[in-house]
Design a protein around this ligand. Structure first.
Ligand code: VG1
Ligand code: CO
Length: 544
């Protein structure tokens, strides 16, 4: 089969962010744009030559076209086998599972995660390495550096492959194996969790659940696992058919964007348990009857109770949380006598810790929880972990949380996002904060004393790589904290995130409204950063 050498020119804006390269669909549709980036992957990741690549995406607009483009490039660059999810689909955690199970040398995941999809919305591409996890910074830097030198790419000249039928195809010398995107992942879940106990819970007649797939990738996975394998009643999964534009919404499982689900946990005859996942299936939101579990608390609860789940029966060696995630997990680690690592935002920083066996459970405040079963955060894994706990403990979600807080104390938590602000203004705000924290230690701020202030720098304990400038931390007396960082996943302007937490050891005070408890700290956070002066905004766009 003929291999074309196509001439192109470099694009200056292909630096991957927190989780891959994300741009408007129109950017990816520019001639050579996707091709250049993928060529840079093949040229820098030499193991893929003669190796196996996993390929799939969250089904958003442009997914199918991108799959065909990447297949032609893979064949042009000497990849010997590509495992493609049927329909071009693979959730992010399923892609990680497939890479590991079939010992692929890497994977390409097409997704902009929780960002909206459609012709004028967002698209994205992520490269995962052989451990199944997001490429570490060294790899994304190599890829980016290569994109700046790109002068052409190699692709086979061939018609589209049928990606809708399971089976083996040839593209030139390269095997294209269209695989069931669900089955390997579902098997892995069955190995980890007590499916019998969860099955009984669903059959008890007194337990009702809804899972909101938000018109995104987890629909088919959740129908298979929850309804078919575990016997949840049909209709348990809502918005379960993936759409290219996610039904016009943000496939972002939080209180702002999963309103329909939240309502099912409230009012007359609320369900006992509800959960949602995002565009590519790696995020989760956990709700009980009239109850919202913050992702930071969810991580802490799962870590504290991991031994009740068959896959973690013998205990966990350690926990990790991203820096802005609340310190609830630290308290659990302390009681268990294990280490809790604080890493920069983004799942790629957990990879080394997981590979080295230093941790088994990890999470982020941004609705991400996962474990050493794959190397991505995993929405359905978190849902099954909660179901397993509910089945074993025979308690409600709110009882589990209240018990947890009594034992460990409660870390009230909230995050305020200011979206689409001017990039220069955002940079100026952060620069000011960087100066401010230089001598902030020991100062009094309202009722708090500052215990430390810095721009977070992380030294990976496994390979000693250093990641600096990962966000401003201000640690306050009594376990409170304010954290500032700019998002690395947006596609328009800048997004400022302010993360706030406040510790409450007194069980009598652990059932207050989060907004009321956090109000003084929120005000302090805004003042310190001069948010209004820099951005003109008085209120955040999203509060989670
Ligand atoms: C956000 C979250 C981060 C998460 C990342 C990818 O990044 O804060 O915790 O890992 O999204 O999640 P940022 O840079 O915008 O704050 V996903 O579900 O988009 O793959
Ligand atoms: Co995601």
């Amino acid at each position: 089969m003929k291999i074309d050498q196509v001439q192109s020119h470099p694009f200056a804006d292909q630096r991957p962010g927190t989780s891959g390269l994300r741009k408007k669909v129109s950017a990816f549709q520019q001639p050579h744009y996707l091709e250049n980036f993928v060529q840079a992957i093949f040229e820098t990741q030499k193991d893929l030559q003669g190796g196996t690549l996993a390929l799939g995406g969250d089904g958003r607009y442009y997914n199918r076209e991108a799959v065909q483009i990447i297949l032609r490039l893979a064949a042009g660059n000497g990849v010997s086998r590509v495992l493609v999810g049927q329909g071009g689909l693979l959730s992010t955690p399923a892609a990680s599972c497939v890479i590991r199970k079939y010992a692929a040398q890497g994977g390409i995941i097409l997704s902009a995660s929780h960002n909206p999809g459609g012709p004028d919305k967002d698209f994205g591409i992520k490269f995962n390495v052989a451990n199944g996890g997001p490429a570490p910074e060294k790899v994304t830097q190599d890829i980016y550096d290569r994109t700046l030198l790109m002068s052409g790419y190699r692709q086979v000249e061939a018609p589209d492959i049928d990606i809708d039928t399971i089976g083996l195809n040839m593209l030139g010398e390269m095997q294209v194996e269209v695989i069931d995107p669900i089955v390997d992942y579902a098997h892995l879940m069955r190995e980890i969790f007590d499916f019998d106990a969860i099955h009984q819970l669903f059959n008890s007649g007194i337990f009702q659940m809804r899972f909101d797939a938000m018109h995104a990738i987890t629909g088919p996975y959740a129908v298979e696992i929850l309804e078919r394998m575990l016997g949840a009643e049909p209709g348990t999964v809502i918005n379960g058919i993936p759409k290219e534009d996610f039904g016009g919404g943000h496939p972002d499982p939080n209180l702002a964007h999963a309103q329909e689900l939240v309502e099912l946990t409230q009012g007359f005859d609320p369900v006992d348990f509800a959960a949602a996942s995002d565009g590519d299936g790696d995020r989760n939101m956990i709700l009980g009857k009239n109850f919202y579990v913050t992702p930071s608390d969810s991580l802490a609860v799962l870590a504290a109770n991991a031994h009740l789940i068959p896959g973690y029966r013998s205990g966990i060696p350690g926990i990790a949380r991203s820096m802005p995630t609340s310190q609830a997990a630290d308290r659990v680690a302390e009681k268990l006598g294990i280490e809790c690592y604080e890493t920069p935002t983004g799942w790629k920083f957990f990879g080394n810790l997981l590979d080295a066996g230093k941790i088994a459970v990890c999470g982020e405040e941004s609705f991400g929880t996962g474990s050493d079963h794959v190397r991505e955060k995993d929405g359905l894994w978190a849902v099954l972990a909660w179901l397993n706990l509910l089945a074993v403990k025979q308690q409600s979600v709110s009882q589990i949380l209240n018990d947890h807080w009594q034992q460990f104390g409660r870390n009230y938590y909230t995050r305020h996002d200011y979206e689409g602000i001017d990039s220069n203004a955002a940079e100026a705000l952060m620069a000011n904060l960087r100066r401010l924290v230089l001598d902030i230690k020991g100062k009094r701020l309202g009722r708090y004393r500052v215990e430390y202030g810095d721009d977070f720098s992380y030294t990976d304990p496994v390979d000693n790589s250093v990641s600096a400038n990962q966000g401003i931390r201000i640690g306050l007396s009594g376990g409170s904290r304010i954290v500032y960082r700019l998002s690395g996943t947006g596609t328009v302007g800048a997004t400022l995130r302010i993360y706030l937490e406040s510790f409450e050891p007194d069980p009598e005070k652990q059932n207050q409204e989060t907004a009321a408890v956090m109000a003084p700290l929120v005000a302090l956070g805004r003042e310190l950063a001069n948010v209004e002066k820099h951005t003109g905004r008085t209120e955040p766009d999203v509060i989670t």
